[in-house]
Write a protein that binds this ligand. Structure first.
Ligand code: SF4
Length: 155
């Protein structure tokens, strides 16, 4: 049967980001392709941070020395780890082939994340969910690498 894809809820228009908004990364054809996948029943949606028990809106958070620290100093590590685990379980239940995750998020970022100092600087790295999925053989892509995802799926 057709390959399934795990997708960040905020890329599906759900207003679950820390700032209470949806993700507005503009990539040509992204929404068109996602709609087709949905009509083919191949989309599995989750927001790991909401699944991990965090409210929306919530403070922005960044990864620092292996912990997820909010801009107000709260330690969100446990909630982020719980959400990552729930995303992995969901992905495995549906046997997804890959994940399309919002870029730069401390949960979903698949290629680069903020440096942990709330400086606005990006560094190579992955958010907790992307890292866990990758470790379990589920390749993670984002809007910035959407073409690579399509290549991977052979579409
Ligand atoms: Fe989007 Fe992922 Fe952040 Fe949820 S955790 S708002 S799905 S980037």
């Amino acid at each position: 049967s057709a390959k399934k894809i795990l997708i960040s809820a905020c890329l599906m228009g759900q207003p679950v980001r820390y700032d209470g908004r949806a993700n507005d990364d503009k990539v040509a054809h992204l929404q068109t392709v996602i709609q087709r996948w949905q009509s083919e029943r191949r989309v599995v949606v989750i927001c790991p941070e909401v699944a991990g028990g965090l409210p929306t809106p919530r403070p922005a958070a960044e990864i620092r020395l292996g912990h997820v620290i909010a801009s107000d100093g709260q330690d969100f590590t446990a909630a982020f780890e719980s959400g990552a685990q729930k995303a992995l379980t969901l992905a495995q239940q549906h046997n997804v082939a890959a994940a399309l995750l919002a870029d730069r998020s401390p949960s979903c970022g698949s290629r680069e994340i903020y440096d942990g100092e709330f400086s606005g600087r990006l560094i190579p790295g992955q958010g907790l969910t992307a890292e866990l999925l990758s470790q379990h053989g589920i390749p993670c892509f984002g809007p910035a690498t959407f073409d690579e995802l399509l290549d991977f799926l052979n579409e």
